[in-house]
Every structure is written in structure tokens, then in C-alpha cells.
Design a protein around this ligand. Structure first.
Ligand SMILES: O=P(O)(O)OC[C@H]1O[C@](O)(CO)[C@@H](O)[C@@H]1O
Length: 518
């Protein structure tokens, strides 16, 4: 049991006051809010380390903000933050602590974490320096991460985001159980120069087990079994199962039950990151995340970036009834950020039962979507500008580029800022209705100095904390994921029906008909 009080947010005074306040300001245009308040930008922006967070283009006033902060106090958010960081078993439905932040705290590092980091450092240095040899004596050229969900999305996203920091090691990710994709991948892999990192916290995940077994079989088709030790390593909390699979104990990098899959890139799940960009950059990533942890833990609620973003999101979700939230990074290497955030946020907060076990009558978990700018401007921005839906958007951009290449970065930045302005201001065109822009579309801009490993770490930790803030306000358990279990169970039964060409055990008429057809 954790000490976090389980409060229905709609029963708080702040919620009721927010409802009244919402009715008053729901139609107020952002242009008027700016016109009426010269100090708006200063009041509605947060400066921290390399981050400047502009929340002024949101449909909020000082009163909104103070009521949202009151809501945070009434649901005991400060107590919840301490409970998480102090290692209470706040993931009550699984009776586990939630301590991914401990993985990046070099000040008071748990010895098992420190030992694992050292092992990751040694391994990745050996691979990069060419000291780790394949079974025929060749150096390693390729690392293939085999894993799914949190055992794929985090490392894949970071390796892509830090593209400019990459070394000569080629990185590949095999996640889906799609055999067509795997067959094509295997055609282009060289057994003698590849290491497969099988990543699975439970080591029972069907997709990962199937992929790993097929890859191992393919490997052994023309390599001796003694070669497995040079080419297969694993990251898992289930040491016995990894050994049963045939991976040596010395090649296992541990995980722990207090690290959730979608929060695990900071653990040995980040092994491919270490190999691709070097351990020192991985450590910088952890340190950046830790700085955000400190900020989250110590900054007053009114100056706390994850708290501000989490509460604004609640405001749109529960009062404006927005169902979705767009994330638009103006950096092409952040193209995997949205899929990563989709798991982090939607697997965490897609819940309809509160922490008392009661069915919830208000909206939780927003739908996260988006893509990189400027590409997305030429794809779905039409709907943001002139559609009928209100979609709050978070724009992420970097003041400095990593390379100097003509006017590219200026153009990229200009587009980012211009879009937030156009969305907000709109353009009156009374004589040409099709060219009329109502505006009043909210956005937050995260302007970060540079896409460094450290700043990326801070950005990802910011999103982790933001979703936690929302989960506490909504009185849900953000750290379990029971909703993914039913489909997994049914898939086992369905697989049997496909293998045996027998639909007798399948009750659902539609599934039965589909099975017969296939
Ligand atoms: O690392 P594992 O145990 O293979 O799990 C993979 C993923 O499956 C889930 O449990 C459910 O999809 C995720 O939370 C997790 O990241």
C-alpha cells in the first residue's frame, strides 16, 4: 500500500471552480488574452537549464493556472511525487515500487545498478573498439536488438534521435513477429559480425521469443553451437528463462521488477544505445534525465515544468473535452518520439477504473499522435488549422543545430514558430470563408538549446513525469498495463485454431468466419 491518498478529482473544490471558470472563458480568444495582458509571455513561460517552455499560447489565464495548481494540491500531488521517488510500492496492482528514476541517480546509486552500468560500459567498449570478436575472429559490425514494446521503442527512439553521435556500429531493431520482415532482415545480416541482443523483461513475450528462436536457428544453420556465446546476449529480469533459451549467464544483463517496460531505456535495455553512441553519451542521457528528476522533485508546483504540462493537458482533456494531443518535434531524428510516447503515455494512462477500484466517470488518458515538422505541416496540419476539432499541440524545437548547413535550421525554426502563431492568431477573411482561419488553437513550445544526449534525457524524463502528474490527478494507477493481457491470451487460443485448422474452440462468430476464410 502506498501513502498516496486516493481522491476523486471531480470531488475537489478546485474541480468545481474550474468548471465554473471554464464556462466563463471557454470562448475567449487567445488574441484577446495577449491583448489584455502585456506580461503574459513572462508569466506563462518557464526557463530551466537548456529549456525554455512557452505555455502562453494555451487557453489559460492566471486564474486557470491557480485553480489547476489548487487541484494538484487537493489531490496531494507533492505527496505522490515523494512517494514515488522514495520507492513506495505505488504500483499497487502489481505490488511494486516504480524506481526508474533510481537508474539515473549517480549520487546514491544502488550497487546492482552501478554494477550493471559497468558491465554495459565494458561490453559496449569492447564491441566498439573491436575487442569483442565473433566466432570466426572478426570484429563486430552490427547490433540487432530483438524486443518489443518498451524493450524496443525506447532504445530505437534514442538511437535514432542521437544519430549525429553515432559511431561505426550499425544498429537494427527487430520487434514485430512478422516473418516476412524477419526473413528479409536475415538476408542482409552477416552471422560472423553480428551480435543479437534479446531484450525482454519477462522473457515470456511471444513475439520476442519467436523472433529470438528463429534468429538463433538461422544462426546455427551455419555456425557451431559454441559460437552462440559470441553472438547472443540478453537483457532480462528472468535469468532462468534466458538460460533455458541457451544464453550464458555471463552474457545476461539484469533488469528488475521495479522498472516498468516503458520506462526501461535507462536500464540495460539501453545496451544498444551504448553500442551505437558510446557509453559516455548514454551516461549523459541518464544525467540529463536525473536533472529533470531533481527539478520535478524540488521545484515549487508553480514553476515545475512536468506539473505545468500535465495540468494543462488535464485542462484540455477534462474541460474542453479534447481527446487527443499532438506532439510535433522539429527535428527529423526525433521521428520515433511519437511512437515511444504513445506507449509511455497511453499504456500508462489508458485506464477507466480508479485507484479505489471504482469505474471512472471522467475522461482519462489522451490519445497521443503527431509527426515531425515540417513534414507534418504538409500532411495533417490542414485539420489543425481549419478542422472542427480542438487539438492542443506540443511543438519541440532546438535553438542550435548540430550541423551548419546553409539556411536549413533557420527555415526549420521559422516554420515551427510560424505554425504556432498561425494556429493561435488565425486570419480573418470575412469575404472568403474557405480562406478564413478562426485561430485560437492552443500550443506549447519547448525550445531546447541543442539536441544533446543530456537534453534528450531531460526531455524524456519530462514526459515521464508529465504522465505521472496526470495519473495522480485522474486517480489512476499509471504503472500497470492489465489491458494488454486479454488480447495476448486470446492470441494463444487463436493460434491453436490456425495451426490445427480447427475452429471448434473459438466462440466468437466473426473470428470463426475469419478463420474459416483464411
Ligand atoms: O520486455 P517484455 O517482458 O518482453 O515486454 C514487452 C512489452 O510488453 C508489455 O508488457 C505489454 O505490451 C509492455 O509493457 C512491455 O514493454
Amino acid at each position: 500500500m502506498s501513502s498516496i491518498p486516493k481522491i476523486n478529482p471531480t470531488s475537489t473544490n478546485a474541480w468545481k471552480a474550474l468548471q465554473t471558470h471554464f464556462n466563463k472563458i471557454k470562448d475567449v480568444h487567445l488574441n484577446d488574452l495577449f491583448a489584455l495582458d502585456e506580461g503574459r509571455v513572462a508569466d506563462f513561460s518557464l526557463d530551466w537549464n537548456d529549456f525554455y517552455v512557452d505555455i502562453s499560447k494555451n487557453r489559460i489565464t492566471k486564474e486557470t493556472r491557480s485553480l489547476l495548481l489548487q487541484l494538484a494540491e487537493e489531490v496531494n500531488l507533492p505527496q505522490a511525487i515523494s512517494a514515488q521517488i522514495n520507492g513506495e510500492a505505488i504500483n499497487e496492482t502489481e505490488n511494486r515500487a516504480v524506481l526508474h528514476s533510481a537508474l539515473r541517480d549517480f549520487g546514491i546509486m544502488n550497487p546492482v545498478v552501478a554494477e550493471t552500468l559497468q558491465k554495459m560500459k565494458t561490453f559496449s567498449n569492447n564491441v566498439i573498439d573491436g575487442n569483442w570478436k565473433g566466432y570466426t575472429g572478426k570484429t563486430i559490425k552490427t547490433i540487432v536488438n530483438i524486443g518489443i514494446g518498451g524493450s524496443n521503442l525506447g532504445p530505437r527512439m534514442v538511437c535514432e534521435a542521437l544519430h549525429s553521435y553515432r559511431n561505426h556500429i550499425e544498429l537494427r531493431f527487430i520487434s514485430n513477429v512478422d516473418g516476412d520482415f524477419l526473413a528479409e532482415s536475415l538476408k542482409t545480416l552477416d552471422r560472423e559480425t553480428t551480435i543479437f541482443v534479446v531484450v525482454s523483461k519477462t522473457f515470456t513475450t511471444q513475439e520476442t521469443r519467436t523472433n529470438a528462436a528463429t534468429v538463433k536457428q538461422w544462426f546455427l544453420d551455419s555456425a557451431p553451437s559454441s559460437a552462440v556465446k559470441n553472438h547472443f546476449v540478453a537483457v532480462s529480469a528472468n535469468i532462468d528463462e534466458v538460460q533455458n533459451f541457451g544464453i550464458l549467464e555471463e552474457n545476461i544483463f539484469p533488469m528488475w521488477d521495479w522498472v516498468g517496460g516503458r520506462f526501461s531505456l535507462w536500464s540495460a535495455v539501453g545496451l544498444s544505445i551504448c553500442c551505437g553512441v558510446g557509453y559516455h553519451h548514454f551516461e549523459a542521457l541518464l544525467k540529463g534525465a536525473h536533472e529533470m528528476d531533481i527539478h520535478f522533485k524540488t521545484a515549487p508546483l508553480s514553476e515545475n515544468i512536468p506539473v505545468a504540462l500535465g495540468l494543462i493537458s488535464v485542462w484540455y482533456n477534462n474541460f474542453f473535452a479534447c481527446e487527443t494531443e499532438a506532439v510535433i518535434p522539429y527535428a527529423e531524428t526525433l521521428r520515433e518520439l511519437v511512437p515511444y510516447l504513445q506507449q509511455a503515455i497511453m499504456e500508462s494512462n489508458g485506464k477507466s477504473v480508479d485507484r479505489n477500484g471504482a469505474s471512472i466517470k471522467y475522461q482519462t488518458g489522451n490519445i497521443i499522435w503527431g509527426a515531425t515538422g515540417a513534414n507534418s505541416q504538409h500532411a495533417f496540419f490542414q485539420l489543425l488549422h481549419q478542422g472542427t476539432k480542438l487539438i492542443p499541440a506540443e511543438f519541440i524545437c532546438f535553438s542550435e543545430s548540430l550541423h551548419t548547413l546553409g539556411e536549413h535550421h533557420n527555415i526549420l525554426l521559422a516554420n515551427c514558430l510560424a505554425q504556432t502563431e498561425a494556429l493561435m492568431e488565425g486570419k480573418d477573411n470575412p469575404d472568403e470563408p474557405f480562406r478564413n482561419f478562426v485561430g485560437n488553437n492552443p500550443s506549447t513550445t519547448l525550445l531546447i538549446r541543442k539536441l544533446t544526449p543530456k537534453n534528450l534525457g531531460s526531455l524524456l524524463a519530462l514526459y515521464e513525469h508529465k504522465l505521472f502528474v496526470q495519473g495522480i490527478v485522474w486517480n489512476i494507477y499509471s504503472y500497470d498495463q492489465w489491458g494488454v493481457e486479454l488480447g495476448k491470451k486470446l492470441a494463444t487460443k487463436t493460434l491453436k485454431a490456425i495451426q490445427n485448422k480447427d475452429t471448434k474452440g473459438v466462440a466468437n462468430a466473426s473470428t470463426k468466419a475469419l478463420l474459416k476464410k483464411l
